[in-house]
Design a protein around this ligand. Sequence first.
Ligand code: SAH
Ligand code: SF4
Ligand code: F3S
Length: 461
Amino acid sequence: MTMKFIVKTYGCQMNVADSELIISILQKSGFSSTDKIEEADIIIFNTCSVRENAESRVIGRISNEVSRKTTNKDLLIGIVGCMAQRLGDELKKINKKIDFIVGVDQYSKLPEIIEVSRQKVAVETTFNTTEIYENLFPTRSNNLNAFVTIMRGCNNFCTYCIVPYTRGRERSRSVTEIYNEIEQAGREGLKDVTLLGQNVNSYLYIDYPENISQRALNSYNYQLDEMPMGERYDFADLLRKVNEIKDIKRLRFITSHPKDLSDKLINTMAECDKVCEHIHLPLQSGNNEVLQKMNRNYTIDHYMSLIHKLRSAMPNIAITTDIIAGFPGETEEQFDQTLQIVRAVQFDFAFMFKYSERSGTKACDFPDTVPEKVRLERLQRLIDLQTEITTLKYKQRIGNIEEVYVECQSKRESREMSGKTRDFKITVFEGDDSLIGKFVNVKITDAVGWTLKGEIVQCET
Ligand code: SAH
Ligand code: SF4
Ligand code: F3S
């Protein structure tokens, strides 16, 4: 009888994409995937470590699910992803019912590790600096949107961030592999593609002559002048290339680091018809001193010049961001500058966080930590301001006709369908299931919270 497994995914889109890889790896080895947890023989948690509450949520969920072992003695519980990578063996102490712990570069070994874990707890968290999961087509978790990893790891070491420690160093996948994966997704009917990397702007792939091992070379951090000769593809080149794929209608990417967002990329975005009018450009703080302590390597002037260039090249571009409130040493005045920049930029949307200590990161040892109460209070002020701006931005859309990619039934109202505009705004309108996967033109009649409401004026033919 085939063993059934379920993957529960936490964290960022990178983990969503990794879960699709895991499903593909296990299916190839004869396991079958289920979406009913009560049917599963193996429950896998793909976890996130980015903030403390991301970890505590998953620890709580694991302790709920291990109780299933009382009725199903053979049930296996596995932890993979960033928390598995960060904590490794320690997780065994946190919950004694865990059967296997596998880090982000070891998913190809999952079938064997699962076998071993029937006898004893199996832990495999070795980093593999060249692992990019070549020649693996992920099993897509939906048939509308494809998340395609173009690079793994991060070299930036922002001082608050755990990701470089859980994901290892940067390595880019080959243009051909990415192209083929997207082409296949397009053939399968997925029309919306998001290219993924912790910092897509530092994507670099060099197509070396055949006699040199490409995989090895692309995994090393060569100084640019030491690079062997070969055809070079930066992120803008990659974007232009995948823009040619005919079955794909929309292209997006996350995340762009402001220090590496080039004029070439901005022009490429403007010129490529499939690249949507949306960019996620994390600000983190509105104060230069804080940015420096965060090791972000840009100034506010630079950030504002990018906003200006983006809006000049694409007047309707939606700009979203990430901001942290209460970084160590952040003064009231410095936080106030963040509010000022938020007012000046007028982001369409922002993910806002209170600073969370991550052990092992540099900022964790910084003095003058901001008291929890102040962090929360600043976060609330930030959220209030951004909510006002978002509401205004959304209301400005009333009267427009927007192209919407229909994705699902609306959660609130079964007669309503929900989809996204090119600039990533959720839009609901009256319609039925037959519209899922189609592009429709919707006249916007209202904006409620972070949702546009409207009525269909034209369906895809
Ligand atoms: N590579 C992406 C995403 C990183 S994680 C980037 O560079 O933008 C997503 C967001 O989580 C970050 O942009 C940051 O705003 C937030 N974040 C990361 N570490 C954090 C921490 N220790 N405390 C609070 N927020 C954090
Ligand atoms: Fe973290 Fe900075 Fe890397 Fe983003 S760029 S993953 S915030 S270290
Ligand atoms: Fe979390 Fe790892 Fe993504 S820490 S945000 S799942 S890269």
